[in-house]
Design a protein around this ligand. Structure first.
Ligand code: SF4
Ligand code: SF4
Ligand code: SF4
Ligand code: FES
Length: 961
């Protein structure tokens, strides 16, 4: 059995150490046969001798080589003899050749390797027994492998053994006394992460690894992705958790529960103690890479703030009462039934969570449609990517991105619109940066200078720094240029798109009002820049578009998504590798929560409630008559609550009191309800308005699946039991049963079987297949039994592509004399969404408050200085943030993140929303900004309410003790 076969046979979910074949695999289809130590072996052309030997079952000693990095050839431990060649070439940097005869273990190479090891060990502490990586150290292993028995050079000469440690980074330490200068860390930071934070400084004996300009890791450019730590073959770079607990003894493969990249990880454990999360080399979305959130920020799962016992209370000003699961479920069901009896069937509803698994979400929407008997179900995707669903379904026929992440490696020109991948989708950003360093061109459309505009070895060819709210004008100007200059892909349009709609659209887009020249005043982007960007994209072999919430969270969010799809169809950039329209999803399971039927008008698989065939199928399976009327969207629920018509809400893992716009309106709606049930990990902002708290589980306590932004369904596997004693799907089933609709499963596997029975795009999905393949991109059915990497290959899902007209309509949120600035919002790398998880980790060291970015000219005009308090006022409300003066934002635009509840960013955002989907217009709010010396009135109220609620929670715990 060769090692490649061995790799296949490792049990996917419970695995030992990763197998490392020394150098990356070659993609070549051409095979080459050589002999290694007398035995023939056949490998792809371009394979290194080291890898070929490993495949043949011989591990050549090595220190500077690893499968994750390009070979470097610095340590000289991997020397071999090759018949007919002079000297002793390094096997990591020597490619195989036909008929080559390699000898890996002659007396002479063995002696040379021992000499090399002697030199390393003569300047290395001999503290193996007390070293944190004892038992998992490549240097130690190699000393054993080469048979090192003595160090003839002694330990007395000059050495580095007293170099001080750098313990500044929150999650790992740097101990230079153990460094062997193999450069793996430097190369990991360059090649994998693309941050270029590390270098080897000095020469000869004085050489040392330094971060940035000889800074400590925390102050340097390092973004704590952990790639260098994983790459380091010694204890020099070591996780603090390893130093604290020791080496793990088992691992389970699971999927990160943070962003929509969906990185695969090995959760490495000692008993039920999670020691570390190591990115899985075989992960299809991340290929062994990670970011600071997934890699290190898992401490929230065991944080003392976790609530693990059910709580109930009559009023939100009462103390909580800790009760049994049985009592909590009975209390909740009784309240909901009472409300329905008094206010009608439609007076209650629920919200599903994009952080929960597909199986958990499916069960919640089923509970609402069956036990509650209405369709009042919505999801947090309402406030992020609902326009993606509408826009892509209208134009292409399917509500999802078209590609794999890997597809970016075949892109020649990349457009990023309204997304900030290095902060919000960091692992994909690293992959994209690799492609950009290889020479792909980059066009960024964003009101703010995101990192990718100008970062080490990556510079955007065009930064179209448009004014917030003018996306549609810009996309129309780009499309106009392509038509105007005859750059469209006529063949693709003729073969793949509906001719009638195209002619109408072409006439519309060709109008002078859509020209870059006419729209320059609206967008603020010079026409020459727009025309140059349009040419770059249209003339590229493969053009790929990536977009984020800066597209969707607008009053014309759906229009803009259609504009993006139009642009891709116009240039023939759909249906193959390297192209496509790719929404970057915010939370881990936004795609899945939408797929699972979380919208009030659609059953799972995006089948409209008015589709009688679909409804009948669900009715037969669920043995209940379904309401054919769509239910309330989240904003409708709030309005109906304030109107006294909507009284009960079941919220699965969402914090609407912080995440939804116009906070005061949301608080008023929650306060008006009689029964708010929150299922979550912590007393979040919404739970402070709740009457029932049902403790949820972290992803480490779950079995199920997440679906990432590529439509990739990945396994989530339990590494510890739910701390509350109940799985989240079991809680929902119990509540449903108590409400009168009996629901039960033995395992989430059965829920997926039901999903597959009811959802045509999932009909081929099963846990067995996910286990076998590692992950699956839907559609997965008879036509595509192993899934679908690229959508719309020969024809669009809707048949012919539809060019939807996209007239630009200015938002109501325009600057005026009262509100002269435009506020826009975004995310930061170290924090995640409302921050309830990442704020309970050491990531706080990177970002402990939301700051207000303001241009120097706007700051000076208002007498605002860096670090001072700034009041921001919109027509919805007022809050106070600390100023960060920067020219990342253009004059007239201010920017903040929204990870800390006390910031009140959503106190300021308004109820403006997308015309088609009601997705809030978070990205444009007209505001005034001015210096202040104290928090806003809302912030004072927030503080008081928070204190009251924390005391009520603490009192319940004291009562029990
Ligand atoms: S943690 Fe990541 S960013 Fe920081 S130095 Fe290591 S590889 Fe570079
Ligand atoms: S820190 Fe580790 S990976 Fe970097 S050069 Fe030193 S031993 Fe090699
Ligand atoms: S990129 Fe996203 S999925 Fe990957 S580790 Fe970071 S947060 Fe998790
Ligand atoms: S492993 Fe080949 S030179 Fe270091």
């Amino acid at each position: 059995m060769n090692s490649e076969e061995g790799k296949q046979m490792v049990n996917y979910y419970s695995v030992g150490a990763e197998i490392d074949l020394g150098t990356p695999a070659s993609g070549s289809a051409e095979a080459i046969t050589l002999t290694i130590d007398g035995s023939p072996v056949t490998v792809p052309k371009g394979t290194s001798v080291m890898r070929a030997a490993a495949i043949a079952g011989t591990n050549i000693p090595r220190l500077c080589a690893t499968e994750d990095l390009e070979p470097f050839g610095s340590c000289r431990l991997c020397l071999v003899e090759i018949e007919g060649r002079n000297g002793y070439p390094a096997s990591c940097t020597t490619d195989v050749e036909p008929g080559m005869q390699v000898y890996t273990q002659t007396d002479h190479v063995a002696k040379l390797r021992r000499n090399v090891m002697e030199l390393y060990i003569s300047d290395h502490p001999l503290d193996c027994l007390t070293c944190p990586t004892n038992g998992n150290c490549e240097l130690q292993d190699m000393a054993g492998a080469v048979g090192l028995r003595e160090v003839r050079y002694g330990y007395e000469g000059s050495n580095h053994l007293d170099e001080p440690k750098d313990e500044s980074a929150p999650y790992f330490t740097f101990d230079p006394s153990k460094c062997i200068l193999c450069s793996r860390c430097v190369r990991a930071c360059d090649e994998q992460q693309g941050t270029f934070a590390l270098t080897i400084d000095g020469r000869g004996f004085d050489s040392q690894i330094v971060a940035s300009q000889k800074e400590d890791f925390l102050s340097s450019e390092c973004v704590s992705c952990g790639a260098c730590v994983k790459a380091c073959p010694t204890a020099t770079l070591t996780e603090k958790s390893i130093i604290k607990f020791g080496q793990p003894d088992k691992a389970t493969i699971t999927t990160c529960a943070y962003c929509g990249v969906g990185c695969s990880f090995r959760a490495e454990m000692q008993g039920d103690q999670l020691i570390r999360m190591v990115p899985n080399r075989d992960g299809h979305a991340n290929h062994g890479h990670a970011c600071v959130k997934g890699r290190f920020a898992f401490g929230y799962a065991t944080h003392p703030d976790r609530i693990t016992t059910p709580l109930i209370r009559e009023s939100i000003h009462d103390e909580w009462r800790e009760v049994s699961w049985q009592e909590a479920i009975k209390f909740a069901a009784t309240q909901l039934k009472k409300i329905q009896k008094e206010f009608g069937r439609k007076s209650i509803g629920g919200i599903t969570s994009s952080r929960c698994t597909n199986e958990e979400v499916f069960v919640v929407q089923k509970f609402i449609r069956t036990a509650m008997g209405n369709n009042n179900v919505d999801t947090c995707a309402r406030v992020c990517h609902s326009p993606t669903g509408y826009g892509l379904k209208t134009t292409l026929g399917e509500s999802a991105g078209t590609q794999t992440f890997d597809s970016v490696m075949a892109a020649d020109s990349i457009i990023i619109i309204g997304a900030n991948p290095t902060d919000a989708h960091p692992v994909f950003a690293s992959q994209m940066k690799r492609r950009l360093r290889q020479g792909a061109s980059l066009i960024i459309a964003d009101p703010r200078a995101i990192d990718l505009v100008d970062s080490p070895h990556v510079k955007a060819d065009h930064h179209l720094q448009l004014r917030p709210g003018t996306n549609v004008a810009l996309i129309n100007a780009l499309a106009h240029t392509i038509i105007d200059e005859g750059l469209e892909d006529k063949k693709f349009i003729e073969e793949r798109c509906g001719p009638g709609a195209y002619e109408i659209w072409k006439n519309f887009i060709g109008e002078q009002r859509n020209s870059p020249e006419a729209l320059a005043e609206v967008t603020g982007v010079p026409a020459t820049e727009v025309r140059a960007a349009a040419r770059l994209y249209a003339n590229a072999g493969n053009g790929a578009i990536y977009y984020g919430l800066g597209v969707t969270e607008h009053s014309q969010g759906s229009t803009m998504v259609m504009g993006i799809a139009n642009l891709a169809m116009l240039t023939g950039n759909l249906g193959r590798d390297g192209v496509g329209v790719n929404p970057l999803r915010g939370q881990n399971n936004v795609q899945g929560s939408c797929d699972m039927g979380s919208f009030p008008h659609e059953l799972p698989g995006y089948r409209h409630l008015s589709d009688e065939v679909a409804r009948a199928q669900f009715e037969a399976e669920w043995k209940v008559k379904l309401d054919s009327e769509p239910g309330y969207r989240i904003p409708n629920m709030f309005d109906a609550a304030i109107a006294g018509e909507f009284k009960g809400l079941y919220i699965q893992g969402e914090d609407i009191a912080q995440s939804d716009p116009d906070t005061q309106h949301v608080h008023a709606a929650l306060s008006a309800m009689e029964c708010v049930i929150v299922q979550d990990l912590f007393l979040n902002e919404t739970a402070k308005f709740a009457h029932v708290f049902l403790p949820g589980s972290s992803f480490l306590e779950k079995d199920g699946t997440f679906t990432n932004a590529e439509r990739r369904i990945s396994p989530v596997r339990k590494v510890m039991e739910p701390k509350s004693g109940m799985a989240e799907w079991e809680i929902t089933c119990a509540l449903s049963t108590e409400m009168g609709y009996a629901m039960s499963y033995e395992h989430p596997r059965q829920i997926m079987e039901e999903i597959a029975r009811l959802t045509p795009t999932f009909s081929g999905v099963s846990y067995e297949k996910i286990d076998a393949l590692g992950s699956i991109q839907w559609p997965c059915n008879d036509q595509a039994p192993n899934g679908t990497p690229f959508m719309h290959v020969n024809e669009f899902v809707r048949g012919k592509g539809f060019f939807a007209p996209t007239p630009y309509v200015a938002t109501d949120e325009r600057s005026n004399s009262r509100y002269p600035l435009l506020l826009t919002t975004g995310r930061i790398l170290s924090q995640y969404n409302v921050g309830s998880q990442t704020r309970r980790t050491e990531n706080l060291q990177y970002h402990d408050e939301d700051r207000l970015e303001i241009h120097p000219a706007d700051a000076e005009l208002r007498g605002i200085v860096d670090g001072s308090w700034v009041g921001i006022k919109s027509r919805a409300g007022e809050t106070v943030l600390r100023a960060c003066i920067t020219d990342r934002v253009q004059p007239g635009v201010i920017y903040t993140t929204f990870h800390h509840p006390e910031s009140g960013a959503n106190v300021v955002t308004t109820d403006n929303s997308d015309w088609a989907t009601n997705c809030p217009e978070y990205k444009v709010t007209a505001v005034q900004a001015y210096p202040v010396s104290q928090p806003s009135q809302w912030q004072e109220m927030f503080k008081q309410f928070d204190q009251e609620q924390q005391e009520l929670l603490a009192a319940s715990r004291e009562t029990v003790e």
